[in-house]
Ligand binder design. Sequence first.
Ligand code: PLP
Length: 351
Amino acid sequence: MTQLTRPDLDRLPAYVAGRTVPGAIKLASNEVPYGPLPGVVEAITQAAEQSHRYPDMGVVALRDKIAERYGVAPERVGTGCGSVAMAEHLARATCGVGDEIVYSWRSFEAYPIIAATTAATSVQVPNTATHGHDLDAMLAAVTDRTRMILVCNPNNPTGTALRRPELDAFLDAVPTNVLVVLDEAYREFVTDPTVPDAMTAYSDRPNVVVLRTLSKAWGMAGLRVGFIVGSPEVATTVRKVITPFSTSGVAQAAALAALDQVPEMERRAALVIAERERVLTAIRQLVVDVPESQANFVWLPLGDRSAAFAGACEAEGVIVRPFQGDGVRVTIGTADENDAFLAAAQKALSR
Ligand SMILES: Cc1ncc(COP(=O)(O)O)c(C=O)c1O
């Protein structure tokens, strides 16, 4: 058959989303289990009445709100259809064919897809033995072709986090013409004070862009809003390459309502954090080498047993996320959901 699409994409693995199985407990997509934040559904309902109109393409009110919350100038903010789309736009804004994107592996599974979509070359640097980023090796992997480095902090799917001194040293050493994207999708779940908030720690570095999402702690995964905060020059270019109107009117309204709910978002994040620590303590009795987590999930390095473990959990009505031959990521749910997972894990591992 005549090849109509780029042949290099034939080898690209498709994104595998966490499975939704009717009636089962879903702990596979790092969502927060408590429903939309107060006011969000009302804002959506109201915005829906204007859904025959295009949304504000400049996303002015939302960019202003984000800027106010994080203490940055609105010109430094760009929004899009989830932070995954923003990462893609960043790649599009920085890379031409054959340029290189460096990232740790295993990390967020959209990164290889983003690189390939841009026709950039993925340079994957293996995680450390303790499942985190190997910043020295990532630095050593930078070449003249490197245009972007993705740093996932905390890392999906392992939950590990980088501390301020090591990240400072890394950023000092990266050439200033390479864009470093600090993907902080799980920032709201970080409790270790030595893990920097890139928004404040690195806002003076022109080659750093912070990537955030409203999908996780803010409970808006189904509405698709992510954003970047970067230098005015980078943000301006990224805004040019964003698919026009990709932050829908409903999404903009919902995000404005959600961002008014900081105390409730923080209360819910605190529940998740407390459950995370409880689940970690319990699962460490069953699985060796489980790393600490600064996110809303835990990583079970089960290697070849990963798929079987996920299958056994599913048989007990709990959907977790296996990564073939590597490990299993389990999202923190409600206390009851976590209890169901722990019971399923106990059963699966005692076989
Ligand atoms: C590290 C990381 N970055 C970005 C995203 C994308 O989130 P969204 O596109 O929903 O904003 C995810 C989602 O799982 C993630 O884990």
